[in-house]
Design a protein around this ligand. Structure first.
Ligand SMILES: C[S@@+](CC[C@H](N)C(=O)[O-])C[C@H]1O[C@@H](n2cnc3c(N)ncnc32)[C@H](O)[C@@H]1O
Length: 212
């Protein structure tokens, strides 16, 4: 998943804040018990998400794609005192594990879990003025999720989309369907004058978008 050379990534890992114990447990459990554990954000990206959230001190966060709750907790670390993070996951089999993971941390009480198809849950999401959205679910729907959350995000709010460098394929010679799809997403957002945007070369590429 990582596009940076492993020695550089280890250096970065060793020079950021350590992974909190609850997240170490979730990371380990995910690798032992869950299929495709690499989907979890992990130590360095988790610290980046936590850092961005702490800078914003958001009152309302929406995450699309909970998986085992790693990034949910990282984002929740930055919530304002009375802030809430809503997170959407289609796979109900993760429910028991997620409940256990959220109990491991103080911010667990600020997390509201929704199970079901993200598109439907976003359409029915009753809140406006979202401060921060993290889109990290089925990649083919990235642009749909971006469009459907856009009007619900406040001016100055952030939308972050994961995996936009697609293991480096987007800027190489690869031309398979998935790579073309991610390239199209990046081009669409680059051309969107309603937002400021930066792709950060973190892990598999984080696209950080600020609504003007
Ligand atoms: C990459 S993982 C999320 C990782 C998590 N955000 C983290 O960083 O630790 C993607 C998750 O999105 C979920 N997902 C996929 N398609 C979905 C959909 N249509 N609606 C809601 N969740 C979906 C998957 O079941 C999976 O758990």
């Amino acid at each position: 998943m990582e596009i940076l050379p492993p020695d550089l990534q280890s250096y970065l890992d060793n020079h950021c804040d350590p992974e909190p114990p609850a997240l170490q447990t979730i990371n380990r459990e995910t690798h032992v018990k869950v299929l495709k554990p690499h989907m979890l954000s992990g130590h360095y990206q988790g610290r980046v998400l936590s850092f961005l959230s702490k800078m914003m001190q958001p009152g309302l966060i929406l995450e699309v794609g909970t998986f085992t709750g790693y990034a949910t907790i990282c984002l929740a670390e930055g919530l304002a005192e009375d802030g809430i993070i809503h997170t959407i996951e289609v796979n109900r089999e993760l429910e028991e594990m997620l409940n256990a993971h959220f109990l491991l941390t103080d911010v667990g009480k600020k997390i509201r879990q929704h199970f079901g198809e993200a598109e439907q849950i976003i359409a029915a999401f009753p809140y406006q003025e979202i401060d921060l959205v993290f889109i990290d679910a089925d990649k083919k729907n990235n642009y749909t999720y971006y469009c459907s959350v856009f009007d619900k995000v406040r001016s100055g709010g952030l939308i972050i989309i994961d995996n936009v460098l697609w293991k480096g394929k987007v800027y190489g010679a690869d031309n398979d369907g998935d790579t073309q799809m991610i390239r199209k997403l990046n081009d669409q957002i680059a051309a969107d004058t309603r937002v400021e945007k930066l792709i950060l070369p973190i892990r598999d590429g984080l696209l950080v978008i600020r609504k003007k």
